[in-house]
Write a protein that binds this ligand. Structure first.
Ligand SMILES: [Zn+2]
Length: 75
C-alpha cells in the first residue's frame, strides 16, 4: 500500500544505444536499468543514470535515508 508515489524523486535514465531517455522512481531505478540492459543489451550496462545528475542521486538517496535534517521546502 504505497500512498507516496507522487512524492518519490524521479530519476532520469538514458540509453545512448536506444536513443531513449526516461524517468523512473528512485526506488525502481536499479530494477529498471537491470531489466533494460538485460533485455536489450545482453546484460551490458548501456542504459545509465543521466550523468548530469548522477551526483545528485547521492543527495536524493541520502535524503531518503534521513541523513539530512533539513526540511525540503520545494512546494
Ligand atoms: Zn537500450
Amino acid at each position: 500500500m504505497t500512498t507516496q508515489a507522487d512524492d518519490e524523486p524521479q530519476v532520469p535514465i538514458v540509453c545512448e544505444e536506444c536513443g531513449t531517455d526516461t524517468r523512473v522512481p528512485l526506488s525502481e531505478l536499479a530494477d529498471t536499468l537491470d531489466r533494460h540492459n538485460e533485455r536489450a543489451h545482453d546484460g551490458e550496462q548501456i542504459a545509465v543514470v543521466d550523468p548530469a545528475i548522477t551526483e545528485h542521486i547521492a543527495d536524493l538517496a541520502a535524503e531518503d535515508l534521513g541523513l539530512f535534517d533539513e526540511e525540503p521546502d520545494n512546494s
